[in-house]
Design a protein around this ligand. Structure first.
Ligand SMILES: *Cc1c(COP(=O)(O)O)cnc(C)c1O
Length: 222
């Protein structure tokens, strides 16, 4: 299947999920996660009109960025080592994995302009997952006022890989946390966005308010 064919099917499913809960499809952004696939396949995603590209590793992501001439909007979705920040900071438009102050400090040091960040939260409590404990989130976000080049655009989570319906409570929880951070009205943390939902559970994530879904396998392949 071409990316375009996959996207036609997925677009239909996104539309249906939006209709079930009365959401406007224009508020759901699709990120093509190209970490498993070739540059050509990533280019196919751009050609199919998907301009958000997601990569989870610095080396491979930078290579793709160069081979695709930096076209599109680039999302760093994996856990980010502090020492890699300087390499990716002017190439990636969004960082989805802000989860510690040492990373915030390095972004502040290396960025030449405001950087759109999602704070990653571990809502499932699985020890294998990265991200902040929900209890730490408020104090973490408040500390970020010391790093003026960081803009907290939203929250991100990775749900446990299980029956999609079983992920719903985790998405609900992330939405609740997002609304609570938004309600703090911090100028540097508009926190309107929710990065949640992958190939197996994006419909549920959309029903629960996702504004960025991250699709690898189902969209561009393995
Ligand atoms: C790989 C990855 C995805 C995409 O996963 P699929 O199940 O292939 O859609 C989404 N988010 C993150 C953080 C990933 O690492």
């Amino acid at each position: 299947m071409t990316v375009k064919q996959n996207f036609a099917q997925i677009h239909q499913e996104i539309q249906e999920a939006c209709e079930r809960v009365g959401r406007d499809i224009t508020n759901v952004n699709v990120i093509a996660v190209t970490k498993y696939v070739s540059d050509e396949r990533a280019q196919e995603a751009l050609d199919a009109g998907i301009h958000h590209i997601g990569e989870n590793r610095a080396e491979e992501g930078l290579k793709k960025w160069h081979n695709l001439n930096g076209k599109g909007t680039w999302h760093f979705i994996g856990s980010l080592q502090t020492r890699k920040v300087k390499e990716i900071i002017d190439k990636f438009d969004y960082i989805h994995s802000l989860d510690r102050l040492s990373l915030a400090s390095e972004i502040q040091k290396r960025a030449s302009k405001k950087t759109k960040c999602f704070v990653q939260v571990n809502v499932s409590g699985e020890t294998s997952k990265h991200g902040l404990d929900p209890e730490e989130l408020f104090s973490f976000v408040k500390e970020l006022d010391k790093y003026p080049l960081i803009e907290v655009v939203g929250l991100m989570t990775m749900a446990p890989f299980e029956d999609p319906e079983a992920t719903r409570p985790f998405f609900k929880k992330l939405k609740e946390l997002q609304q609570n951070v938004q309600a703090l009205n911090l100028p540097y943390a508009p926190c309107k966005e929710l990065s949640m939902g992958m190939s197996n559970d994006f419909q549920i994530a959309i029903e629960e308010g996702a504004t960025f879904i991250r699709l690898g396998t189902s969209l561009v392949g393995e």
